[in-house]
Write a protein that binds this ligand. Structure first.
Ligand code: ASP
Ligand code: MG
Length: 586
């Protein structure tokens, strides 16, 4: 006999008939003798409807009252489902978040869960009840000690379900939704996108544009931290769906910090890295493919790859390798440069520093704080590359102790959250599991910025302070002799319009540099946990694009993700090309 937590989303409880069907199906698991906790969302679009009611009265409704209102949506569903279950002869009892004791921070509208009291649920289960719990809500104590209703943020009932599974020590958590599970990519773009049997939580977070609509990222992070077996499946069919697996050693649940309130979860350091800068390469499709194919043939495993700037018809590509590949890489670079032209530089004794955490997603202030911390420690940042849940930069090896101290303190990391040269066991994972696409983006570049500590920080801080979301920040240098660097990032088109003043102010601060706006672009990201352990994955991605004659405007990589910025007109073609190249439909 196991304890199962099942969560049903808005569409799955969207009508009385659907609620009846769920009640009927529950009787099957109950017959098998399992204890069952059900978490539900509000019916259909009722949260949107409630929200609209509030905004029809006020442009800025008090957050406390919004929580009071929105939390009623789920309260309707728990009562109806309990009534239906009882009608089918299954003893059931409904509970709100406050009745359970889902204790959250006292932040209205986006509270994180601190702790869940399990005794009332366990008592009901022991008496043979199915317990039906309202998702998306909890309660906090106000400053004077009285109880307040809070909500977890839109889509938050997934998070309630996984958090409850953690607190109750449930065997599995099943999220029932209106899609069959997690697909390799958006099926509107690739018609033969395939349902994934399994995916790691980390990969799921990096596949944000595909994954976040399926599962609340905070739910994925809790599952990852506590090793919860999480299934996402359709409530309409009997299919298995997708299993999300944790890729780290599960944390112990400690009191009062269920959802770690930290945005940054870990700091990783990779020592003894060498930076290769290839300059003045021809800017045409196929160059990146050719370079990384040569390196891969020589069995050189490339880590970060960064391409950002473009001058007239030339491009720069920078990459890092582990020191043990140095000799071989020099040989290959000589060969490559003799074939395609350009020149190259080598910098030894470098280190890669990365912060990671689901909380980084959509919060550019975190990268700004990271760079700011380094600049306060007077550490110069040589390269930068970001992905959804990770910000990496390359610094001098000599600065590493200082960097660990400053960054560790800034993000309040304990020693068990700091990993130096971590050994990973993801070798047998697929190199590409899925492909994400972010459309509607533009590229903005600052050219010829002074190469000194604090520049990246000041740009990111200014944008973050103005509440502008930017990502895929890439820093590279045109030519190290000039002692300048370029910083490029992407933002969505709307934010670019709103950024005009901030960008103008920034450019005044750096009179030697200039601002360049790129064309409409899209970000195509291939994600796979095995990527870091196979030579040549990046080469294949670039080859897939070159075969379609798609030029790559910008490249940024992390261990499990390679992002290429391409012109918006090419993006569907690009996703299809990579999907086919890696035979993801098979
Ligand atoms: N009902 C809430 C929303 O629509 C929470 C959820 O469905 O996950 O955002
Ligand atoms: Mg949802």
């Amino acid at each position: 006999m196991a304890l199962l937590v099942k969560k049903f989303g808005g569409t799955s409880v969207g009508s009385i008939n659907k609620i009846k069907n769920i009640a009927k199906n529950i009787s099957k698991s109950k017959d098998a003798g399992h204890d069952i906790v059900i978490v539900v969302s509000a019916m259909g679009h009722s949260t949107d409807d409630l929200n609209n009611l509030a905004y029809s009265l006020s442009k800025n409704p008090p957050r406390r009252e919004l929580d009071m209102l929105l939390s009623t949506g789920e309260q309707v569903t728990i009562a109806l489902l309990s009534i239906a279950l009882n009608e089918y002869g299954i003893p059931a009892i409904s509970m709100t978040g406050s009745q359970v004791g889902i204790i959250t921070e006292s932040i209205h509208g986006k509270a994180r869960i601190l702790e869940i009291k399990t005794s009332r649920i366990e008592d009901h289960l022991a008496q043979g009840y199915v317990v039906v719990i309202a998702g998306f809500q909890g309660s906090s104590l106000s400053h004077n000690g009285s109880m307040e209703i809070t909500t977890l943020g839109r889509g938050g009932s997934d998070t309630s379900a996984v958090a409850l599974s953690t607190a109750l020590g449930a065997e599995t958590c099943e999220i029932y939704t209106d899609v069959p599970g997690v697909l390799t990519t958006d099926p509107r773009i690739v018609t033969n996108a395939k349902l994934l049997d399994a995916i790691s939580c980390e990969e799921m977070l990096e596949l944000a544009s595909v994954g976040a609509s399926v599962l609340h990222p905070r739910a994925v992070e809790i599952a990852r931290n506590y090793g919860i077996k999480l299934y996402v499946k359709s409530s309409e069919t009997d299919q298995q769906g997708t299993l999300l697996l944790s890729d780290i050693k599960p944390l112990k649940l400690s009191r009062g910090s269920l959802e770690l309130t930290k945005t940054v979860n870990s700091l990783e350091i990779l020592e003894k890295q060498v930076v290769f800068g290839l300059y003045e390469l021809p800017d045409k499709p196929g160059i990146a493919a050719q370079i990384f194919e040569e390196l891969s043939k020589a069995k050189i495993n490339v880590d970060l790859i960064i391409q950002a700037t473009r001058e007239e018809n030339s491009n720069d590509i920078t990459f890092t390798i582990a020191e043990k590949f140095l000799e071989k890489t020099i040989e290959q670079c000589d060969l490559i440069i003799s074939q395609i032209g350009g020149k190259y530089s080598i910098t030894q004794n470098m280190t890669k520093l990365s912060i990671q955490g689901a909380g980084i997603m959509g919060r550019p202030s975190i990268s700004a704080e990271f760079f700011d911390t380094l600049s306060k420690a007077n550490i110069n940042v040589r390269l930068i590359a970001t992905s959804e849940i990770k910000v990496s930069c390359v610094i001098n090896l000599k600065d590493i102790a200082k960097a660990i101290r400053f960054v560790g303190e800034k993000f309040k990391l304990c020693t068990n959250q700091i990993f130096i040269n971590p050994i990973s066991e993801k070798k047998d994972k697929p190199e590409v599991r899925g492909i994400a696409l972010d459309k509607n983006q533009v590229q903005v570049s600052f050219r010829n910025l002074p190469d000194k500590p604090g520049v990246a920080a000041s740009i990111c801080l200014a944008l973050a302070e103005a509440n502008l979301i930017f990502d895929t920040i890439v820093q590279s240098e045109r030519n190290s002799e000039l002692n300048t660097k370029d910083i490029s990032f992407t933002m969505n088109k709307e934010d670019r319009l709103n950024a005009e003043n901030v960008l103008k102010m920034l450019i005044k601060k750096y009179p030697e540099s200039r601002l360049e706006d790129g064309q409409a672009i899209a970000k195509v990201s291939a994600v796979g946990a095995g990527m870091a352990f196979k030579e040549g994955t990046a080469a294949k991605i670039f080859r897939a694009l070159a075969n379609e004659n798609i030029n790559i405007e910008m490249i940024a990589t992390s261990e499990i993700r390679t992002s290429c910025i391409v012109l918006e007109k090419d993006c569907n073609n690009a996703v299809n090309a990579i999907h086919n190249y890696f035979k993801l439909n098979e």
